[in-house]
Design a protein around this ligand. Structure first.
Ligand SMILES: Cc1cc2nc3c(=O)[nH]c(=O)nc-3n(C[C@H](O)[C@H](O)[C@H](O)COP(=O)(O)OP(=O)(O)OC[C@H]3O[C@@H](n4cnc5c(N)ncnc54)[C@H](O)[C@@H]3O)c2cc1C
Length: 337
């Protein structure tokens, strides 16, 4: 394992903010996790687990240890006539895994193309896009239990997946380090085309609906809507879409007839956080080097020299104005540290 002291985290987060960690250790195998936690000094430090840094905002220096999980590898662990089980190391890049599966003709994660980050972080918030969530394909995962040093297997149901949620964000937060995930993918065509913009795109382009054309369409739509973190620091959607009950929804709808929302379950509605933010006048606004992206109000961006604190302050101002105008709380999707 590689240990760095006084490590600048600028290249370890897609917001591209500067922060310094006392220690950063790069982990390339599950065995190195055992080695790390048998070191009394390192294992006693306050710690934070890091993948690709595409869903976190550092608001200051980190006194303690950053554990950067780089465990590589993709392998087929089982297959039958209809399905294939693919295991990926936690440090494997998610989009590379999607591309690999599409190249091999395996169905299930093509709608999740171009989501930045690592495979190990994908279950943490149950990544989702264009009508598909990780929980639709995750068979199981392996995780290192920090207290005992043992590897435990979690099946899909153990993870208690929900919208941008898993048990690792809550009861088991900080207790496990995910070392690998196993997906169950289909060998037969199975498409998810419930998402309007994806459907429209495919219809307009008049291409045949195939695994490859969906993958290409998702990449193309995402590139037209979202800033590339290599060019403009960001973490994708900063807030979750708030879910409210039917009564609240009807009251809000009568005050704001244009309210953007869709049914999300029995008696529940998901509001478009982007619409709420836009209605408060934030879209395209900039405060210093931090701002709200002009093409998508849910994305906060770093125009170059913003600190994490400035971005967090901007997020707080947005939350306040949405609460004031709509009496709705916006909850960050991004982990603020
Ligand atoms: C341009 C852009 C677009 C995005 N679009 C989407 C989208 O469409 N849908 C979506 O769901 N997300 C999206 N995201 C958010 C992000 O890509 C995902 O949340 C991704 O899974 C984060 O992966 P990461 O490796 O960068 O995790 P990090 O940001 O490094 O970490 C995220 C969280 O996971 C924990 N963690 C990381 N690795 C491990 C591990 N091995 N074991 C235990 N805990 C771990 C961290 O402690 C942290 O709490 C987008 C981000 C960007 C920048």
């Amino acid at each position: 394992m590689q240990i760095h002291r006084h490590q600048n985290l600028l290249n370890y987060n897609t917001f591209r903010v500067t922060a310094q960690a006392d220690y950063l250790v790069e982990i390339a195998s599950a065995n190195q996790l055992q080695e790390l936690f048998s070191d009394k000094f390192l294992s006693d430090l306050p710690r934070f687990i890091l993948g690709g840094g595409s869903n976190i905002l550092f608001t200051g220096d980190i006194s303690g240890l950053i554990i950067k999980v780089n465990i590589p590898g993709i392998e087929i662990i089982d297959e039958d006539h209809n399905f294939i089980w693919i295991k990926a190391g936690a440090g494997q890049n998610w989009h590379d895994l999607v591309s690999y599966c599409v190249d091999n003709g395996w169905y299930g994660i093509e709608n999740l193309a171009l989501i930045p980050g690592s495979c190990g972080a994908a279950p943490i918030q149950n990544i989702g896009a264009y009508g598909v969530e990780l929980n639709n394909v995750l068979d199981s995962l392996e995780a290192f239990e920090i207290e005992t040093g043992k590897i435990r297997t979690f099946c899909n149901q153990d993870c208690l997946f929900n919208y941008r949620y898993s048990i690792f964000k809550d009861h088991l937060k900080g207790k496990y380090i995910i070392s690998s995930i196993t997906l169950k993918l289909s060998k037969r065509p199975e498409f998810t085309l419930t998402y309007l913009s994806l459907n429209d795109y495919l219809k307009k382009s008049e291409t045949e609906v195939t695994l490859r054309s969906i993958y290409d369409a998702v990449i193309s739509i995402r590139r037209s809507k979202l800033p590339d973190p290599k060019e403009l620091g960001n973490c994708g959607s900063f807030f979750k879409n708030p879910e409210i009950g039917e009564e609240r929804y009807l009251t809000l709808k009568s005050s704001f007839p244009d309210l953007k929302a869709h049914p999300s379950g029995p008696g529940a509605f998901k509001l478009s956080a982007a619409w709420l933010i836009e209605q408060c006048g934030w879209k395209g606004k900039r405060i210093g080097s931090a701002g709200v992206y002009g093409q998508q109000a849910l994305v906060l961006v770093n125009y170059g020299s913003s600190s994490g604190e400035e971005i967090a302050n901007l997020a707080a101002e947005i939350q306040d104005s949405v609460a004031e105008k709509f009496n709705v709380s916006l909850v960050p999707e991004v982990t603020i540290i």
